[in-house]
Design a protein. Structure first.
Length: 491
């Protein structure tokens, strides 16, 4: 490898040893032994990854009751409208993602992360102390804005890994988002209204006046811990990407990364320049589709389980729905941590990504067949035994396929790293793709639930029109991921 100049550290050789074309990946295979992972850095990033879904989801169990307590609606049927308005979190996060990513490309990742985590801790407490609906809106909007650095943390992961160790790192990292999404509602449900639920410990005037402060305070404590972990342990990664290898065969792990002198700052690509890259456009389009269908499945699956069998569902109780979701979580953890690193070492990420996207039509197509199995069980009067062996087997199979499809999120991050135009634009590239993901996530639940509700009781196509729509749309969206594969092998 060429000798680095005083203006360039060895970390930059991977980008500047050979002229890069628009389609040349930033990462390549070929290193026999994996570089040592910076375990402390990875651990801090995983913890920070968990904070955003915790903050977003911890209000779900009590938000409707909170709106009712604030007296924002005279008619209880309007509560859902106001609790929907409260989701300004997602809107402001969407608007702030790209600016945060662009800022991190210019001033560094670490200050952006520290500022976002500290601010998130403050505004989360503000939400718990909100005396009126206006304060609720402001608090959640600020929380969403400060969570816009959600794209910066994956950028740091890209910069502390190389092609020899990234498969385990990205798989392990991907596990922490769903973990945060599980912990958030658990905290919100258990700790809300503590003076009523746990009077032995919380029978105080303060908790009666602010019944939703405790879950907000608890989630805020996680952000405080994350801030101090990041402040003392997290190192700046911008322009300090780990080297793939040297002529002597030395690999760079944690110590090598932290000891390199900083490079001269490079200018990040503009939005127009990023969108002119075909691979970036394909990643944005496929990421938007992935987010839409994965979110739609999460929403529709719960509705499907809850709805009566005669209306196209499974008529499950809350405990049965919880059991099904627990199965889904266990499958996700097993796939993400145990199997995915091995698969990615043997399969090209672009091929893996396209394969995951092609599974979504199969997932949605399977749901009507589960309803048919449930109808058959009721019709023959053997619902208990029949459902156990066939229905639950079908549910387990469907959820397994769905969780394989969900692996596309982690592969998406790998592809962003591979096809970012240059290291100086990694933050803005990640933010741009994350913007497309959050954009579809903002309206997917409403559209998916409306499609299910409006068509499941219709005699047309047996009430399965919603499934047909999802199959056709998800099948069409595979064209975006197919372009990634074609571009990968044509370059």
């Amino acid at each position: 490898m060429a000798q680095s100049t005083p203006d360039e550290s060895p970390a930059s050789d991977i980008y500047h040893e050979h002229p890069r074309t628009e389609t040349q990946p930033l990462i390549e295979r070929g290193q026999l032994y994996p570089s040592p992972l910076p375990k402390v850095q990875l651990g801090v990033l995983c913890f920070l990854r968990m904070l955003d879904p915790m903050s977003f989801t911890q209000i779900f169990p009590y938000v409707n009751q909170f709106m009712s307590d604030l007296g924002v609606a005279k008619d209880p049927s309007q509560i859902g409208f106001y609790s929907g308005l409260e989701s300004s979190f997602a809107v402001f996060q969407l608007l702030s993602i790209y600016p945060w990513g662009l800022l991190s490309d210019n001033i560094g990742r670490r200050p952006v992360v520290l500022w976002g985590v500290a601010s998130l801790a403050i505004v989360t407490i503000l939400f718990g102390l909100s005396p009126n609906f206006t304060t609720v809106i402001i608090a959640r909007a600020l929380a969403g804005a400060f969570s816009g650095n959600v794209a910066v943390i994956p950028s740091m992961l890209c910069e502390i890994t190389d092609s020899s160790n990234q498969y385990f790192a990205f798989s392990f990292f991907g596990f922490w988002w769903p973990l945060g999404a599980i912990m958030g509602p658990s905290i919100g449900g258990f700790l809300s209204r503590p003076a009523t639920k746990h009077p032995t410990y919380f029978d105080y005037t303060f908790f009666k006046r602010f019944p939703y402060f405790l879950p907000c305070f608890t989630v805020s404590l996680f952000s405080v811990v994350g801030f101090f972990l990041a402040f003392f342990l997290l190192q700046e990664t911008l322009d300090q990407q780990p080297n793939e290898a040297t002529q002597s065969g030395k690999t760079y792990g944690t110590s090598g990364m932290l000891q390199r002198p900083p490079l001269k700052p490079r200018k990040s690509s503009s939005l127009r320049q990023l969108m002119s890259v075909p691979m970036i456009r394909a990643l944005c389009a496929s990421g938007c589709a992935l987010s839409f269908f994965s979110t739609a499945f999460d929403v529709v699956f719960v509705l499907f389980c809850y709805s009566p069998i005669s209306e196209g569902g499974l008529a499950f109780s809350i405990s049965q729905i919880g059991f099904a979701l627990a199965i889904s979580g266990a499958i996700a953890a097993l796939l993400q941590v145990v199997f995915m690193p091995t698969i990615l070492r043997r399969v090209d990420p672009a091929v893996m990504y396209h394969f995951c996207m092609k599974l979504w039509p199969c997932v949605f197509l399977a749901l009507p067949f589960l309803n048919i199995v449930a109808r058959r069980g009721v019709a023959i009067g053997d619902s208990e035994r029949y459902s156990f062996w066939f229905l639950w087997g079908g549910i387990a199979l469907t959820l397994s396929v769905a969780r394989v499809a969900f692996l596309a999120y982690s592969v998406n991050m790998l592809l962003i790293k591979a096809y970012s135009p240059d290291p100086a634009s990694l933050g803005s590239t990640t933010a741009l793709v994350q913007f497309s993901i959050c954009f579809s996530r903002a309206f997917s639940p409403a559209l998916a639930s409306a499609a299910f509700t409006l068509t499941s009781t219709s005699p047309f196509l047996g009430g399965y029109t919603w499934a047909l729509l999802m199959v056709l749309l998800s099948g069409t969206s595979c064209l975006f991921s197919r372009k990634i594969v074609e571009h990968r092998y044509s370059s």
